[in-house]
Design a protein. Structure first.
Length: 231
């Protein structure tokens, strides 16, 4: 079986596993069955069992990653349709984005250093709190490894979506704007999906904060890399 056929089978298998996973998750909404968790685990197991290399898998599946870009931009549509929310809270949202960007980068790197993790992991962890297309772009000037960056982004998103409601309850955050900003800044796309489940206002704010955090991180990435590792 040639590499092209293997690659095409991998694409079809990925879509099939994701579709079946979505159906299971609609019926049993548990953390383990979340598509962001279960689908990658199933695919990894299948690749190991069938001895298909990562290169063969990604050869024809890379466009699925490319679709993350248009999917992220699609979040801008409800933001545009709800401009009044942004106008009312522009100052707090702007300050929140700036604070969230600095805190997420600095806390990730400093914690990794405290645990004496390798520098490659430190650099890859620095952009874990923004959505994948932005994270991959920001990781280049910082020196992060794309595979590790994608892994840390997914883990961050799933964890934030899973524990976000509990944390908001524990620290008594009830305002929709604050919840949306928290989800968007800390757990990007996965958190934004959860925010829309809570309410329209939460989802709109989360979408805006997610995109602004990504843009700000990409713009500041060269400076952050210099301050963190070359100062």
């Amino acid at each position: 079986m040639n590499d092209l056929i293997i690659s095409l089978i991998c694409v079809v298998l990925t879509l099939l596993v994701y579709y079946l996973n979505k159906r299971l998750y609609r019926r049993w909404r548990t953390l383990l069955l979340m598509p962001l968790v279960m689908t990658p685990l199933v695919l990894v197991v299948l690749l190991l069992v069938t001895h298909v290399s990562w290169k063969d898998y990604i050869a024809e599946s890379h466009w699925l990653l490319w679709l993350l870009g248009p999917a992220t931009l699609a979040f801008a549509v409800p933001v545009y349709e709800n401009q009044e929310i942004i106008k009312r809270h522009w100052l707090s949202l702007s300050l929140g984005v700036a604070t969230a960007t600095l805190v997420s980068v600095c806390s990730s790197v400093w914690l990794a250093r405290l645990l004496t993790l390798p520098e490659s992991i430190q650099r890859s962890l620095a952009v874990r709190s923004i959505t994948t297309p932005f994270a991959l772009a920001a990781a280049k000037p910082i020196g992060g490894q794309p595979d590790l960056v994608a892994l840390f982004v997914v883990i961050t998103g799933v964890f934030g979506m899973a524990v976000g409601d509990f944390l908001f309850l524990r620290i008594a955050i009830k305002q929709g704007v604050a919840k949306g900003a928290g989800f968007g800044a800390a757990s990007h796309g996965a958190g934004t999906a959860r925010a829309y489940q809570i309410g329209q206002q939460e989802g709109v704010v989360s979408s805006l904060v997610m995109m602004l955090s990504g843009v700000v991180t990409v713009i500041l990435a060269p400076l952050l890399g210099h301050l963190m590792w070359q100062a």
